[in-house]
Design a protein around this ligand. Sequence first.
Ligand code: DGL
Length: 271
Amino acid sequence: MSLPGGPVGVFDSGVGGLTVVAEIRRRMPAQDILYFGDTARVPYGNKSPETVRRYSLEIGRFLVDQGVSFLVVACNTSSAVALDALEGAVPVPVLGMIGPGARAAAGATANGKVGMVGTRATVASGSYARAIREIRPDIEVFSRACPLFVPLVEEGWSDGPVALQVAHRYLDGLLKTGVDTLILGCTHYPVLIPVLRQVAGPGVKLISSAESAAEALNALLPAAPREEGTIGRLTCYVTDSGTHFTEIAQRILGEPLGELIAVEEERLVIP
Ligand code: DGL
């Protein structure tokens, strides 16, 4: 296992993982990051576990070939179905989203009722409920798949009446269960926080898996050896380089996008 020190590799199906990158940059500004958004094959959340596992392994190996010393699976769907496979396939440490999100939720709930929203694949995997029960078996977990949230974010429709209506449709029933904590179990969802906050109301704590994972990474990795004030390089790889990616990415990151490199899907296939 190689020691951390090089760039951190971060990947997602699309722009969602940039919510994790934004949180990492807030805490570890000097850290070099290689981001991979699988924009040609997004969304992952409606695909089979086998397909998501194959995509995740391809990207993990690609990022390792680019020299990353640590891999952050900034996709809950991949974390839910491919984390074990990735850990066995790449020679660097791997951090997924589920563990940090589950720990944060278990620590946040006062009434022992936790809601979890995510993609169909993440909900079907039951991984959040399992991870939470390992920490506190008394917690009840209520899950709801919200497949329309990802295209809303990818389209840049993260606020306004359409997003609000969709959020009510998905969340109203879940909120009736009395959850006091809601895990945003998809890295696209933090972009929707203003709308989700409006729907959930002030009594429900929102747990962003992006924030929890960035905190976990910060605790695991030594600070990049840089002069104070240096900003680490952010290089983005995408499998489809529409200009739309840049626009949404910059909105999520709150900074101009660094280098953007298109990768042909054929380069990813593992022989
Ligand atoms: N952002 C990803 C997640 O956390 C994937 C969304 C998707 O591609 O469906 O689950």
